[in-house]
Design a protein around this ligand. Structure first.
Ligand code: COI
Length: 357
């Protein structure tokens, strides 16, 4: 493990923290955070600090040119047992792919793992214990160099904050088909996790909400015909008993939950198809009944069944939800994540003893 300095004020920050009764998602912030700075071509020692505001130069590149990447993963402690993480290596790998895309320095594996494990270990008493709840971890990197020229920064901060949370979206979702805006272009940043993708989704979210829907379904930026993803979730449909999801197109984020569900479906002997999925073909399949269910998945939301797909024209296709495939996969995944089911894939990672206070 790389070395880490524990701020002496951590103890009182933890002692003074009270878990509210209602958590929501990403609203309550855990009292500690991790920080590691990059300067002179290297990452320096990490620090565990009380959660608090950052001091940042107003000319920092992140504030002007959006040089920011992030990840989302969860620490679990359902039933009060040991704290575990789910596939954190995948988040580390994806974060470094995002870093390459935005010309940022990669995060060494031991720094990433120590950061997420130490924050989880110090927050062990703030990991909610009911099924579906967790400590949502948000690692992120920002370009901090104060200089308005458009170029990669030469200084960065890697931070991890955490939030005791419920699922991102509980219940079924009504989804709006976005036929005009694009979330991200092929060759752009759609396949990596950068804050700018989410900023670009907000205009459509406003339309989506105004039309009475919960989430936007994005189509391929070049043809506006093929399904991509929802702004923070991947898309699945069950067609003729097979599990279909859009093939990674270069502008779809390769989700950790997406990958996990594809593998679990294989274990269930369910045929899995990753392919270009035309929206109009899906709507026809819904009308003919060959598409029996649709759902979205992601770390924050786990699996959310889709109960309606709607158009700006006012047309709306109702879908029976939640469907049996979504329910079964959700149960299987949560059983593994929360320690009730056999971890046949070796996805669950305990926290190293050296990370605890
Ligand atoms: C996650 O599922 O971790 C995400 O990043 C989605 C988020 C934007 C809520």
């Amino acid at each position: 493990m790389s070395s880490i300095r524990i701020d002496p004020a951590i103890e009182s920050a933890i002692a003074g923290f009270e878990m509210p009764e209602h958590l929501g998602f990403g609203v309550v912030m855990a009292p500690v955070m991790y920080r590691c700075d990059y300067q002179d071509g290297r990452w320096w020692d990490g620090q565990l600090l009380p959660y608090g505001a950052l001091q940042i130069d107003p000319a920092a590149k992140v504030l002007h040119y959006a040089q920011e990447i992030f990840e989302g993963l969860k620490a679990y402690r359902v039933g009060g047992g040991d704290v575990t993480l789910f596939r954190p290596e995948m988040n580390w790998e994806r974060m470094n792919i995002s870093a390459q895309r935005l010309c940022m320095p990669e995060i060494p594996r031991d720094i990433f793992m120590q950061a997420v494990q130490t924050v989880s270990a110090y927050c062990q008493d703030f990991i909610p214990g009911n099924s579906g709840q967790s400590l949502y971890l948000r690692p992120f990197v920002i370009g901090t160099q104060a200089d308005l020229s458009v170029a990669a920064a030469n200084t960065y901060s890697f931070l991890v904050i955490a939030s005791p949370s419920e699922v991102y979206h509980s219940g079924n979702m009504r989804v709006f088909i976005e036929r005009n805006d694009s979330r991200a272009a092929v060759g752009g940043t759609g396949a990596v996790k950068v804050g700018g993708n989410y900023a670009a989704s907000l205009q459509s979210l406003r339309t989506t909400r105004a039309q009475g829907y919960d989430q936007t379904l994005w189509l391929h930026p070049a043809d506006h015909r093929h399904i991509e993803e929802l702004s923070g979730m991947n898309f699945f449909a069950v067609i003729d008993g097979e599990l279909h999801t859009p093939a990674l197109s270069g502008s779809i984020l390769p989700g950790v939950t997406r990958d996990s569900l594809l593998r679990l479906a294989g274990v269930n002997n369910m045929a899995v198809r990753q392919r270009p999925m035309a929206i109009d073909e899906l709507l026809q399949a819904l009308q003919s009944g060959s598409c029996s269910e649709a759902f979205a998945c992601g770390t924050a939301t786990i699996i959310s069944a889709i109960s309606a797909l709607g158009e700006a024209s006012g047309e709306c296709y109702e879908i029976p939800a939640p469907g049996p495939v979504a329910q079964r996969l959700r149960t299987q995944l949560l059983d593994i994540q929360e320690g009730r089911g056999a971890d046949d894939f070796g996805w669950v990672r305990p926290i190293d003893a050296s990370c605890y206070p």
